[in-house]
Design a protein around this ligand. Sequence first.
Ligand code: PLP
Ligand code: ZN
Length: 429
Amino acid sequence: MTQTPLCTTTLKGLRCRECGEQYPAEARHVCEFCFGPLEALYDYEAIRGCTSRKTIEAGPRSIWRYRPFLPVVGERVIDVGTGLTPLIRSERLARRLGLGALYIKNDAVNVPSLSFKDRVVSVALTRARELGFTTVSCASTGNLANATAAIAAHAGLECYVFIPADLEAGKVLGTLIYGPQVMAVEGNYDQVNRLCSEVADRHGWGFVNINLRPYYSEGSKTLGFEVAEQLGWRLPDHIVAPVASGSLYTKIYKGFQELIKTGLVGERPVRMSGAQATGCSPVAQAFKAGRDFIAPVKPATIAKSIAIGNPADGVYALDLARRTGGHIEDVTDAEIIEGIKLLAQTEGIFTETAGGTTVAVLKKLVEQGKIAPDELTVVYITGNGLKTQEAIAPYAGETLKIEANLASFERALERARTLDRLDWQQTLV
Ligand SMILES: *Cc1c(COP(=O)(O)O)cnc(C)c1O
Ligand SMILES: [Zn+2]
């Protein structure tokens, strides 16, 4: 909101990723000629002309400090404080894994709805309002529903949300509270998504991840911008991020490339590694089999927020991992639970199942020798553990019930110390 006027005209339109056909910046997401996905197109000369490290650092303490790189045209953005989440230098997790320079990007505490989805929705709804939509909607695995409902409430937009009926209770409640109409669909995410494409055609609503997808997806670039800025305007050597549709993962890289293109950081190769749950790992399977196409799967995993069986950006994710010397790896539900506990007990960060997946893949890649100890590595934690309590509750440990007197406490303490002694010796680093 405090940008120079020059920067209001950086968005040039949309362009097909496959054939290059250009379109005006409207609510559309597929190419009429080849059915390829459309992507926002910018005037990088204009961005270069009005943007420096200083103008960014002097900007809002939110994703909107990178506004020239985001697909909006007006001055009136929806800024609820989204973004600029902590980048923490890891000590105990790094030591446990044997890494020399590990950083954790903590979007478990993003605002307002505690996941990285607040970024993409802030951008999509700002653009939706610019395009004249008064009703917004989404097909969601949970976090997107939370973010869309919350930010639509703030912006005074009417909101309809579509989710699979079997979502975690925290994600359902964390949507309902904002007062949207919630449709719990009997089916998996891919079926919800297909239904929403038909609803978008018929009702003309702004679906953040369907007809507004070219705007929505750009919001994820801010996870690249912020990490570079927080590292002191430099790029990391290696990142590990979760892969669902593949949008987040590929857009982090686009963010890095745009910083290079506009002279804000020096050129540097970044190895891009992706994380999936074995129970829904179509991209990891293709990566390991050396295939260049994705075979859709039926999801069966506790990592519901990243359970997309037919990922829209899957082939781009695959290509990116190969081009940059990264890896796409998957981990079992048991490893995901261990990953959640490992992050909580070494860093004090309680993440949801997607974060457990990412930490477990980080661990696996280090053990396989695919991340070197001296690489500056960033692991992206994208969601909050309080939203997926049922996945972890049976494994989190138990309270000790005692009477309200010292003797009862001392007896319980003695018992606990005896039982835990071996455990403690193993877990202390
Ligand atoms: C949606 C989501 C992702 C990944 O989304 P993409 O579809 O790959 O962009 C990762 N983590 C969490 C917690 C999510 O909700
Ligand atoms: Zn095309």
